[in-house]
Design a protein around this ligand. Structure first.
Ligand SMILES: NC(=O)c1ccc[n+]([C@@H]2O[C@H](COP(=O)([O-])OP(=O)(O)OC[C@H]3O[C@@H](n4cnc5c(N)ncnc54)[C@H](OP(=O)(O)O)[C@@H]3O)[C@@H](O)[C@H]2O)c1
Length: 316
């Protein structure tokens, strides 16, 4: 069969995922899964350091020019996406000073929608140098039009020790509620585990999806052991998963656990790992937000179904 554009072959899949080396069995029921609740009809999971529950799907803002505000129509589109999050029971938004204006879009939209108090707002320190980080944090408060962040994260492990000192001070001052670190590259998994072991983190944010499951044997067990909540970025491999299945129909058996779209298929796979707290798919489209939130509804695939999902993607 001719290869579809953007498709992945089994060989490419194994290379991408390191799937041969990674055990595909789930750990026995973790604290997350035990404490999961359905608030309304939406899956919520606990932040271990406090027990606070948050919806298991949120919104990322790095996606295709989220921060671009060239025209009123562009801004309206992004505000509609944020409104759709709240209208569908979501609260978690992840942004960064490096997402080209996204903080300003989110800040403006939250103010206009009157949703700051309902939002679990996460941003990042994304710069080298302790003083530069402090200056950048001050700008983020302004752009996001708020005096407190729910979560502030050191982005991509840049000057992590220095910035964690600042974040701990901000937490003591009550300016942030939770602190954490982020990365997106599997080669940084071991380094991230070191930070989890040496620090008191509330959150770790990193990549987990059907193309990259490397955290299953590194970050996730460490997060579980140290009671750190896990925020999953790049849940669609920055859209690569959609390109991989383009032209394919979602298999009928996935309807058994409510996955009637590819987005739900990919997100439900992630949420079915008991150590995942929340996934933050990026989109500028309100109808994609609605689709993505649907992954937090209904049941999640069990171990056998997860194996079937992995096999399905492998066989593409
Ligand atoms: N190091 C870090 O801290 C780090 C690194 C990367 C990402 N992140 C965070 O993680 C978030 C997610 O990552 P990402 O945005 O890069 O990639 P992603 O979520 O894996 O994929 C985003 C892509 O998926 C598409 N999409 C979203 N929902 C869809 C749906 N229901 N149906 C079809 N297509 C859909 C989006 O297009 P449309 O916009 O057209 O919907 C976009 O092209 C980011 O936005 C950011 O907040 C953090």
């Amino acid at each position: 069969m001719a290869e579809k554009p953007g498709a992945i072959t089994r060989k490419k899949f194994l290379k991408l995922t390191g799937a041969v080396a990674v055990s595909s069995l789930l750990p026995s029921i973790g604290a997350n899964a035990q404490n999961s609740t359905m608030a309304g009809d939406l899956l919520h999971r606990p932040i271990h350091s406090t027990g606070e529950m948050i919806p298991a799907v949120g919104l990322g803002t790095a996606s295709d020019g989220f921060g671009r505000q060239g025209s009123d129509a562009q801004y309206e589109q992004r505000r509609n996406a944020i409104a759709a999050l709240f209208n569908n029971g979501g609260t978690v938004i992840d942004t960064s000073p490096t997402y080209r204006g996204a903080e300003a879009v989110v800040g403006r939209a939250l103010e206009e929608l009157g949703m700051r108090n309902r939002c679990f707002l996460a941003t990042k320190t994304s710069i080298y140098g302790k003083q530069e980080g402090i200056r950048q944090n001050a700008e983020s408060f302004e752009f996001l039009r708020t005096g407190t962040f729910d979560l502030l994260q050191v982005h991509n492990l840049k000057d992590t020790d220095d910035h964690l000192e600042t974040l701990n001070a901000l937490k003591e001052q009550g300016k942030i509620r939770y602190l954490g670190i982020t990365h997106v590259r599997s080669r940084l998994n071991d380094e991230a585990v070191g930070f989890i072991e040496r620090n008191r983190l509330d959150f770790i944010q990193c990549q987990y999806n059907m193309l990259d499951r490397s955290i299953e044997n590194s970050v996730l067990p460490a997060a579980r052991e140290h009671g750190v909540a896990v925020m999953v970025n790049v849940p669609f491999g920055r859209g690569r998963l959609f390109r991989a299945v383009s032209g394919e129909v979602v298999p009928e058996w996935a309807n058994d656990f409510g996955a009637d779209t590819w987005a739900k298929f990919f997100l439900k796979f992630i949420l079915s790992h008991p150590d995942v707290t929340v996934a933050i798919p990026g989109t500028v489209n309100d109808y994609h937000v609605v689709d993505n939130m649907g992954a937090a509804k209904g049941r999640l695939p069990d171990d056998t179904e997860r194996q079937r999902m992995i096999q399905f993607i492998r066989n593409l």
